[in-house]
Each structure stands twice: as structure tokens, then as C-alpha cells.
Write a protein that binds this ligand. Structure first.
Ligand code: NAD
Length: 300
């Protein structure tokens, strides 16, 4: 039987609508604001930033995009981040990756104050995630993947999961998040020798390696849940890291590319921005009294 398709497009629309509803509770002069730092001329980055800005506007989040030439110096960029950190009207700050090679990404990302680090890429928030701490701002893509898995209704506890890819922004936080949800996790990567065997043991497969259609249907366990993070181009068409057409005949649930993880990533970034906004509000003795962000820190 063919797999059930997990539509990130539909699920993210529900999240965004709920978020817009929560934001409407606030007076319009006090809306959450996200600052996006874009360095250089990477065409894909420009498209991602445009999409984030549009999605933010749709839910009522302000979005200030700051563009810089790829020749900007590290100190100048750090100063920009310091100003945004100190600006009380900015609730979240993200730096669109990849940065030009002349800039030290770790140093730049670490400069964002943890409570404004809505991409969750800083070592501090990654550390909180590894502690399964409720204050962690969790990297949007893994967080979106988790929501897609939960949407299937399957019990995660005790399941064996494989994450293919160990990047700091997707693979590693994904493995931590699944571990925190009591999965038994294998983190596979480019040096993993027996990938087909490892994938064949898994109840849950998260593919995040950026290799078009690498994961074959015959590797999958019958009834596996497959989430495809990859975005690749093959013969002029977008495709994921999973051979979708064949894999959907073996899996119980599977995400498409496009329309799977991508829209969830944007929705989770907006959720993180709203959560950061709410925490900053409650820290400043809020007097609206009806916040509904669900973070447990706002007004009762
Ligand atoms: P990355 O290039 O930083 O990391 C890729 C990882 O895959 C590495 O850890 C590498 O070891 C592993 N890998 C490479 N070849 C492999 C192989 N043959 N077998 C096993 N592992 C292998 O990439 P990233 O930033 O983590 O992104 C991964 C993919 O996800 C890319 O296609 C990217 O475009 C996509 N992505 C999508 C979203 C989204 O919102 N949908 C967000 C982020 C990234």
C-alpha cells in the first residue's frame, strides 16, 4: 500500500494560522520583530530570506532585512549584531547561512544573545537542547521535522531512528531532539560505511545529507516513517535525499519535496520569534494579561 503523504505545506499553514491568531491578541504597535542579516549575493539565500519576510508579514511579525556586501569585515558584522542585541524593538536575530568563507560563522552566531537566537544555532541554545531544557530555542528545521513526525500520531518512544547527515544546523540537533523524545538514534554521515544496513533497521528515517535520491526504497524497513530534509536539483527539478516515488511504496508515511520540511522550517522560525518575543515581554513586566504563547512564562 502506498504511504500516507505528510504534507508540510498543509500542516505549516495550520501552525501559521494559529500563530497569527495569537499575535492578533497584541496591540499592533507591539508586534514581534525579526532581524535578518544577509551577507553577500548568494541567490538561494536571497530567495530564502524573501520567503521568510513574506511569511513573517502574513502572521503579523515584522521583518527587517539588513543586507551587507560579502567584503564586510568580521568586526563590523559583530557590531551590527551588538546593536541588534541591545535594540529592545528587535526580538529575534538570524544570520542567513552560508556566510562568506572570510567570516567565522561560529564567532558570528555566538554573538547573538541566546534569547534572540531564534534560529537556535548558537552553542548556548544547542547546549540547552542537549540538556533537553525547556528554554532552548530549537533550530527550526529539526523542530519542524519533529512536528511532522508527531502529526502522524506514531509513538516516538522506543523507536529506532536514523538521521543521515551530521551538520550543526540540521543533523546533530535532529539527533538530539529525537533522543530527547526517547528514540534510539543512529547519526549517519559521509564516512558511515554501511548506510543501507543502518537505514534498514530504522522505524524513522530523517534524510538530511543533500545527496539527490541517495536513500533507496529497498533500504527501507516496511512501514518506516520517512522525513526528507534534502533540497536538491536533478534534471532541472527539485528533489529530496530520498528516492520518493519508489520509497512511498515501502514507507507508511513520507514527506514530499517540495512541500514537506521546507514550509515547516519557516513556520518554526516564526514560532521561535514569537516565543522569544513573549519571553522578552514577560521579562519586562508585561501588562497585557492575556498572552497565549504557550511558553508557560507569560501572564497567566
Ligand atoms: P551539510 O552539507 O552541512 O551537511 C550534509 C551532511 O550530510 C554532512 O554531515 C555529511 O557528512 C552528510 N553526507 C553527505 N554525503 C553523505 C552520504 N553519501 N552518506 C551519508 N551522509 C552523507 O547540509 P545541511 O545544511 O545539513 O543540509 C542538508 C540538506 O538539507 C541539503 O540538501 C539542504 O539544502 C537541505 N536543507 C533543507 C532545509 C529545509 O528547510 N527543507 C533546511 C536546511 C537544509
Amino acid at each position: 500500500m502506498s504511504a500516507q503523504i505528510i504534507s508540510g505545506k498543509e500542516i505549516s499553514a495550520i501552525y501559521r494560522e494559529k500563530l497569527a491568531e495569537k499575535i492578533r491578541q497584541y496591540p499592533s504597535e507591539n508586534m514581534p520583530v525579526l532581524a535578518v542579516i544577509l551577507v553577500g549575493d548568494d541567490e538561494a539565500s536571497k530567495i530564502y530570506v524573501r520567503n521568510k519576510k513574506k511569511a513573517a508579514a502574513e502572521v503579523g511579525i515584522g521583518c527587517e532585512v539588513m543586507e551587507f556586501s560579502s567584503t564586510i569585515g568580521e568586526n563590523a558584522l559583530l557590531e551590527v549584531i551588538d546593536e541588534l542585541n541591545d535594540n529592545p524593538h528587535i526580538n529575534g536575530i538570524i544570520v542567513q547561512l552560508p556566510l562568506p568563507k572570510t567570516l567565522n560563522s561560529l564567532k558570528i552566531l555566538s554573538r547573538i544573545r541566546p534569547e534572540k537566537d531564534v534560529d537556535g544555532f548558537s552553542p548556548y541554545n544547542t547546549g540547552l537542547l542537549s540538556y533537553n531544557h525547556p528554554d532552548a530555542l530549537i533550530s527550526a528545521t529539526p523542530k519542524g521535522v519533529l512536528e511532522l513526525l508527531l502529526s502522524t500520531g506514531i509513538e516516538l518512544e522506543g523507536k529506532s531512528a536514523v538521521v543521515v547527515g551530521r551538520s550543526n544546523i540540521v543533523g546533530k540537533p535532529m539527533a538530539m531532539l529525537l533522543t530527547n523524545h526517547n528514540c534510539t538514534v543512529t547519526l549517519a554521515h559521509s564516512k558511515t560505511g554501511n548506510l543501507p544496513d543502518i537505514v534498514s533497521q530504522a522505524d524513522i528515517v530523517v534524510a538530511a545529507c543533500g545527496r539527490a535520491k541517495l536513500i533507496k526504497a529497498e533500504w527501507l524497513k516496511d512501514g518506516a516513517v520517512v522525513v526528507d530534509v534534502g533540497i536538491n536539483r536533478m534534471d532541472g527539478k527539485l528533489c529530496g535525499d530520498v528516492d520518493f516515488e519508489a520509497a512511498k511504496e515501502k514507507a507508511a508515511f513520507i514527506t514530499p519535496v517540495p512541500g514537506g520540511v521546507g514550509p515547516m522550517t519557516v513556520a518554526m522560525l516564526l514560532e521561535n520569534t514569537f516565543a522569544a518575543f513573549c519571553r522578552q515581554q514577560s521579562a519586562q513586566a508585561c501588562d497585557y494579561g492575556n498572552h497565549q504563547c504557550g511558553c508557560g512564562k507569560c501572564c497567566p
